[in-house]
Design a protein around this ligand. Structure first.
Ligand SMILES: NC(=O)c1ccc[n+]([C@@H]2O[C@H](COP(=O)([O-])OP(=O)(O)OC[C@H]3O[C@@H](n4cnc5c(N)ncnc54)[C@H](O)[C@@H]3O)[C@@H](O)[C@H]2O)c1
Length: 413
């Protein structure tokens, strides 16, 4: 590693994970090269406009104008870096199985440009063995001739977009190196950025821990979604039950029901676990059942909403409030509202939507809040979503977010 390379970091993928990491590294004294193969996004970023909520335009512009950050589509810039982190998507394919094509192409792009002593870290979520069996063989096969020592680790990202408290710096980071020297280097790198680093004995432990974390959320959300349906059938307000149970000071953690699960992580990562279990001759039946319950929630919500409409209405007009997968972000990836809308349409409803954080969604424009509807579904309670006028007008609202209490017309799921 040359002196010039010592505090230069290259990050592959400038999205919800890569860009906040870039800013955290700049704050920690690193010069960061943000590599992304989406040219329009690179231009947007270099123009000082952030594509993600957790990085402000101001923060980005300051880093760029101080010469501490720049985005590029050119993988050869990696030669300047001592550390390369991979932050590309790890989605599911059409069979709902791991699709590692972007991860493979990132590794293929990196390989010719690693230098002696480069540390390559995967932050992307995947099943145990991904670093060892996929990334490392690609890099070792395609690295420049004569490059002897390339180091590898896994440090799964735990960022929670839109979270005002927990970020890259103060969230403890798991680090699992492929060997002792890789571990030393990876720990030094993350110690320079994060307040707390947790060393684990190998990359597979780090990869498995990430799947456990997100599967824990999936199954608990499924539990509360199922429990909600049981309570509702008996006329019991589930939210009151949850807060009553949460008064127990130990052994209980409250989760809340909703339209389903969305985003790039919770509906996706547990299926990396179920796939991995099958590869090893096992079966993650509990997780598969949780996945099924969550997937059925949009249909349950749609039926509940349609039951609130006068039976004489031939074509119910349904207004969906909030289409992003969670509050505080404009991210619509894997949003369960997609299923909700298509189920309502299949049942003959005319559906419109409104979300102050989403300007355009799946080929459709939002409507104003005064769109005439028979029922509204509060799917995601976004900041700036002023549903008070609907409440004042006495519009029937099915509240999936526990945001409206004690108002006539509003019903909680
Ligand atoms: N978003 C989250 O909340 C979150 C949290 C923790 C972990 N993760 C994990 O982090 C990883 C990245 O997720 P994300 O949400 O940042 O994705 P994202 O879609 O927001 O960003 C990924 C970026 O990578 C770019 N890209 C894709 N393939 C590329 C390639 N081969 N070379 C260069 N650039 C490429 C895309 O253009 C995109 O800009 C995933 O594995 C995800 O599961 C995400």
């Amino acid at each position: 590693m040359s002196a010039q390379q010592s505090k230069v970091l290259a990050i592959i993928g400038q999205g919800y994970v890569g860009l906040p990491l870039a800013m955290a590294a700049v704050d920690a004294g690193w010069i960061v090269i943000g590599v992304d193969n989406f040219a329009a996004k690179v231009d947007q970023i270099n123009g000082g406009t952030s594509p993600v909520e957790d990085v402000s335009g101001q923060q980005l512009q300051t880093a760029i104008s101080n010469g501490l950050y720049r985005a590029t589509t050119d993988f050869s810039e990696i030669t300047k870096a001592s550390v390369v982190t991979i932050c590309v998507p790890t989605p599911l394919n059409d069979n709902r199985e791991p699709d590692l094509s972007l991860l493979r192409s990132a590794a293929t792009g990196i390989a010719p440009h690693v230098s002696e002593n480069t540390l390559v870290v995967s932050e992307s979520t995947s099943y145990p063995g991904t670093l060892r069996d996929i990334i490392i063989p690609i890099v070792n096969e395609l690295k420049p001739v004569g490059t002897e020592n390339v180091y590898f680790a896994c440090a799964p990202e735990r960022v929670n977009p839109g979270d005002a408290i927990w970020n890259q710096k103060n969230t403890p980071r798991l680090v699992g190196g492929i060997d002792q020297e890789s571990q030393i280097r990876a720990l030094a790198f993350y110690n320079s950025i994060c307040d707390a680093v947790v060393a684990v004995s190998n990359p597979e432990v780090a990869e498995a821990a990430k799947l456990l974390e997100n599967t824990f959320r999936l199954v608990n959300i499924a539990l509360i979604n199922e429990f909600t349906q049981i309570c509702s059938a008996s006329g019991i307000n589930v939210h009151e039950v949850i807060s009553a149970a949460a008064s127990k000071p130990y052994g209980f953690m409250p989760f809340t029901p909703g339209v389903g699960v969305g985003g790039h992580c919770i509906p996706v990562d547990p299926l990396y676990l179920t796939w991995w279990a099958r590869q090893n001759g096992g079966e993650a039946t509990f997780v598969e059942s949780a996945d099924r319950i969550n997937q059925e929630m949009p249909r349950y919500v749609a039926e509940r909403a349609l039951r609130m409409v006068d039976g004489n209405v031939a074509t119910p007009r349904v207004l969906i409030l909030g289409v992003a997968y969670k509050s505080g972000v404009g991210d619509v990836r894997e949003t369960p509202v997609t299923e909700l809308r298509s189920y309502l349409q299949d049942r003959g409803a005319k559906v419109a939507w409104h979300d102050p954080m989403v300007p355009f969604w799946e080929g459709t424009n939002p409507v104003d809040l005064d769109w005439d509807c028979d029922v509204a579904i509060l799917a995601t309670n976004q900041p700036g979503l002023d549903f008070s006028q609907l409440v004042a007008k006495g519009v029937q609202i099915l509240d999936c977010t526990n945001s409206i209490t004690g108002k006539s017309g509003a019903t909680s799921i």
